[in-house]
Each structure stands twice: as structure tokens, then as C-alpha cells.
Design a binder for this molecule. Structure first.
Ligand code: PMP
Ligand code: GLU
Length: 395
């Protein structure tokens, strides 16, 4: 039969992070010694105290559908977490638990966007934002930032990007891919601009909240005038090393939370019951229980900055959170290295894969064609070896 896929899926790019991870896996299966620095996934195991909670839940026969928006006691744990860490006060009807923060984001886009609605994405942004927005028939509007402003959007840039069609602003802090962290003053300036545009909903993706080396995470929803228009997105994938458990959640104005619940009721019926039980234990825990992972990421960040800083042509900001560096490598464009012409960041990333056997992700997928993303959620020895190889092939 004629293979007639929808415009929706034809217009959607494949996730560059997952595609690169798959390519690295494929090459490894062929016997190549690939170091994978493409995927943003902690290389730690889920802590034992969380695994124990999941085992207990299985033995207690948690095997039925949960409420679509999550178990009541998990929502209670999320409410306590938002109060404790973010000065955000929610009621249970404002919380929706989903199959990863990725689904939380997709729910919100589907709930709020009409065809043609514009969504401002400070670039670089996480790969899936633009594609989720397009899937919901919204229009991504990129606001380019650069290494000079630590990859952060200024209030002036936001103001200039707003049109009568702007419906949402999406950003992550700490940012994937730049590691930048917005401080109170910067978010207040953004909030000040938004005051004049009450139709704009903010999606604040805080999934890297705990992986913050400077401390002082700020949720924009806690800033004066922002609570009623902010969706705070979070999850357990990153800080608790629980990527495969697939639990994300939102705290949102009730009208948005209800709509997300309705969508989810038709699409997944709710998140995995065992993972939800384990998430209660994760969120109730003191951050001190996961501090060892954060400390390791911090050490690795310093190591990677030092080693990459020794390579000519890598321009770096100092990421204050998450586990990525996002070097500007545009100084290599137009050069021929080892017989290969580097025209853009995709060529550069492919060159590193083929010549150095190191998997990274092109910045183009994140809305910044001058950079590549390197994840340092890998062991110190892998990081050292990967950067040694990169240095070797470039020299
Ligand atoms: N937001 C950002 C910024 C991310 O890096 C990720 C990583 N996967 C997600 C959301 C989604 O996380 P998950 O679906 O695993 O909860
Ligand atoms: N968020 C991670 C990354 O950016 C995981 C992969 C994904 O979900 O796209 O690499």
C-alpha cells in the first residue's frame, strides 16, 4: 500500500541525542571502541534506598492502574518537595505525574497550544522542545544567545521576540545543553517583561535542579506575579539516576493540570505504578543522600573544562549545572582536518565519531550551529581518554 505518513510526523526531526546514542551502540556492536558522550544520562546506578522501595512495592502487590495523574501519596510527596525546595505551594489538583518529564512537556504543549501559537525558546534549548511544540502545531521561535552572555536570554531579547501570537516561553535552568543557571535577578527581569503580556504561559524545566554547582536554584514560579502562569516541570531521571524508571511531574495552574490529566487519561492511563512508589522515597529523601553524585559531576566538570581548555579552538563557558559542556567550535569551520572538510557543527561531531571514536551531539539540534554538546556523565577515565583522542585527531 502507499505509505502515507502524517505531515505531523514527517515534519518532526528524530531526537538527535537518542539517534547519536543509537549510532554509538551500533558502532560498538561492530567492534569499535566508542566512548559515548552523547547521551545525557547519569552513569550511576539508582541508589539502593530507592531500589528497595520499588522491591517493597512489588511485594505489596502494587500492580493495578494508579489514578491517571498519580498516587495521592506521591502527589503529597511532590507538594512537599515543591514547598521545601522551591517555595511553591500547590494543591493535589495542580500536580500531574507522567511517564518522564518528556511526557509532562508534551502534555502541556498539547493542552495549551493552538495551531500557529508561538513558543519562545531561548537557544540553545533541549532538542525535544522544538519538536514537541511542532507536534502540538505550535511554532517554535528561537531567541539566539551566545557564549558572551553565558548562553542566557536577556529581558530585552525576550521583549523583542514577543508578538501577539506568543503563547508560551519554555526554558530549562540549569540548562541542557549549556549548563547555564538563571539567577534571581535575571528571572526577575524576565518576569517584569512578562507582566505586560499576561497571555504567555511559562514552562520552567527544572529537571537538573539538584545538579547545580553554585547552589541557589530559583523557580520562576516563586517570583512575584508568576505563580498563576507558570508550569514547573521536574522529574527523577537526572538527580536520582532514574532515567529508565520514566517518572516526571508538573506543578501547574489547575486549568492546565486538569487538561494534562485529561490527555494522559486517553494516552497512557498514568505512569508506571512501581516507579511511582519508588519516586515517593526518592523525593522524601534529603538531598544529602544523592550529594555524592552531584559532587562527582562537579569534579568531572572541572576536569573536562581543564582538558578541553588545553585544545586550541574550543571556546567554553563555565557551566554551573547539569552535566554538559557546550563548546563553541566554529573556529574549525572551513578547515580540512585529516582530509575531511569541516563545514559545520554536524561535520565536526561526525568527524569526532569517525576519527576519534567519541560520540557527541551537534549543536544544530539544540538551535546553536556553532557548538557541540559533550556529556560528562561518564567516568573520569573515559573522559580523559575521550579528550586525549579529540586532542590527538585535531593536532
Ligand atoms: N528536560 C530536559 C532539559 C532534559 O534534559 C531531559 C532529559 N531526558 C528531559 C526534560 C526529559 O527527562 P525524562 O523524560 O527522562 O524525565
Ligand atoms: N535528556 C537527555 C539528553 O539530552 C536524554 C536523552 C533524551 O531524552 O533526549 O541527552
Amino acid at each position: 500500500m502507499a505509505k502515507q505518513l502524517s505531515e505531523r510526523v514527517l515534519n518532526m526531526a528524530t531526537s538527535a541525542t537518542l539517534a547519536m546514542a543509537a549510532k554509538a551502540r551500533e558502532l560498538r556492536a561492530e567492534g569499535k571502541d566508542i566512548i559515548g558522550l552523547s547521551l545525557g544520562e547519569p552513569d550511576f546506578n539508582t541508589p539502593d534506598f530507592i531500589k528497595d522501595a520499588a522491591k517493597k512495592a512489588i511485594d505489596q502487590n502494587y500492580n493495578s492502574y494508579s489514578p491517571v495523574d498519580g498516587y495521592a501519596d506521591l502527589k503529597e510527596a511532590i507538594i512537599n518537595k515543591f514547598k521545601r525546595d522551591n517555595q511553591l505551594s500547590y494543591t493535589p489538583s495542580q500536580i500531574v505525574v507522567s511517564t518522564g518529564a518528556k511526557q509532562s512537556l508534551a502534555n502541556v504543549a498539547l493542552a495549551v497550544l493552538n495551531p500557529g501559537d508561538e513558543v519562545i525558546l531561548p537557544a540553545p534549548y533541549w532538542v525535544s522542545y522544538s519538536e514537541i511544540v511542532k507536534l502540538a502545531e505550535g511554532v517554535p521561535v528561537e531567541v539566539r544567545t551566545s557564549i558572551e552572555t553565558d548562553f542566557k536570554m536577556t529581558a530585552e531579547q525576550l521583549e523583542a521576540a514577543i508578538t501577539p501570537k506568543t503563547k508560551m516561553l519554555w526554558y530549562s535552568s540549569p540548562c541542557n545543553p549549556s549548563g547555564s543557571v538563571y539567577n534571581q535577578k535575571e528571572l526577575e527581569a524576565i518576569a517584569e517583561v512578562l507582566k505586560k503580556h499576561p497571555q504567555i504561559v511559562v514552562v520552567s524545566d527544572e529537571i537538573y535542579e539538584h545538579i547545580n554547582f553554585r547552589g541557589g536554584h530559583v523557580s520562576i514560579g516563586s517570583i512575584d506575579g508568576m505563580y498563576d502562569r507558570t508550569v514547573t516541570v521536574n522529574g527523577v531521571s537526572k538527580a536520582f539516576a532514574m532515567t529508565g524508571w520514566r517518572i516526571g511531574y508538573i506543578g501547574a495552574p489547575e486549568w492546565i493540570a486538569r487538561a494534562c490529566n485529561k490527555i494522559q487519561g486517553q494516552i497512557t492511563s498514568g505512569a508506571n505504578c512501581i516507579a511511582q512508589r519508588a519516586t515517593i522515597t526518592a523525593l522524601d529523601a534529603q538531598v544529602s543522600k544523592i550529594q555524592y553524585m552531584i559532587d562527582k559531576f562537579h569534579q568531572r566538570r572541572d576536569l573536562v573544562l581543564k582538558l578541553l581548555g588545553e585544545i586550541d579552538g574550543f571556546q567554553l563557558n563555565v557551566p554551573e549545572g547539569a552535566f554538559y559542556v557546550f563548546p563553541d567550535i566554529s573556529s574549525f569551520f572551513g578547515k580540512t582536518i585529516g582530509g575531511k572538510k569541516i563545514e559545520n557543527a554536524s561535520d565536526f561531531s561526525l568527524f569526532l565519531l569517525e576519527e576519534a571514536n567519541v560520540a557527541t551531539v551537534t549543536g544544530e539540534a539544540f538551535g546553536d550551529p556553532n557548538c557541540i554538546r559533550i556529556s560528562y556523565a561518564a567516568s573520569e577515565s573515559e573522559l580523559r581518554e575521550a579528550i586525549r583522542r579529540i586532542k590527538e585527531v585535531l593536532s
